[in-house]
Design a protein around this ligand. Sequence first.
Ligand SMILES: CC(C)(COP(=O)(O)OP(=O)(O)OC[C@H]1O[C@@H](n2cnc3c(N)ncnc32)[C@H](O)[C@@H]1OP(=O)(O)O)[C@@H](O)C(=O)NCCC(=O)NCCS
Length: 141
Amino acid sequence: MSALSLRDELPDGFFDPIFSATEVADMLALGGHALWVIEGEDGAVCAHLLVRVMEGAMADILSLYVVPELRRRGYALRLMAALVPYAHAEGCVGIAMEVRASNDAARALYGACGFEKVSIRKAYYTEPAEDAVVLALDLPS
Ligand SMILES: CC(C)(COP(=O)(O)OP(=O)(O)OC[C@H]1O[C@@H](n2cnc3c(N)ncnc32)[C@H](O)[C@@H]1OP(=O)(O)O)[C@@H](O)C(=O)NCCC(=O)NCCS
């Protein structure tokens, strides 16, 4: 069974498609960020969720990633299930993120978690240029 944990330091072999290991390590050192990882039986990190968390504000999902060979096994759902009570306990009013408009997998995942589209940010992404869809989930006060 793969193990999920909340980390305050970067695990060995960490890879993120958006941020470098140094950037993520700096975020963790700064505080106000939470990183969950799932490790396989071999100890290698196979999925992670990186979030900026601030009391009284929306928690902001910065990165959610599952290695391609382990997708559609519920790993992202497990990470999201860890985030929701954590963000609530930290006093966040909700959870939000931007996704590429064409990212059907992520949009389906967040929809399955109860997130709703709140706005579009035109031409938010580059390489390739694309709109962002802003999705949010309110948390009970
Ligand atoms: C998006 C991503 C994190 C999903 O991870 P995952 O572990 O495969 O997702 P799960 O197995 O937990 O999927 C849960 C549900 O989300 C939806 N979903 C996930 N991937 C999907 C896909 N490719 N197509 C359609 N629905 C999908 C389904 O409803 C799925 O439930 P089901 O498998 O019972 O149908 C993964 O595809 C990924 O890492 N993509 C690259 C990075 C990325 O786009 N991150 C999100 C932007 S921050």
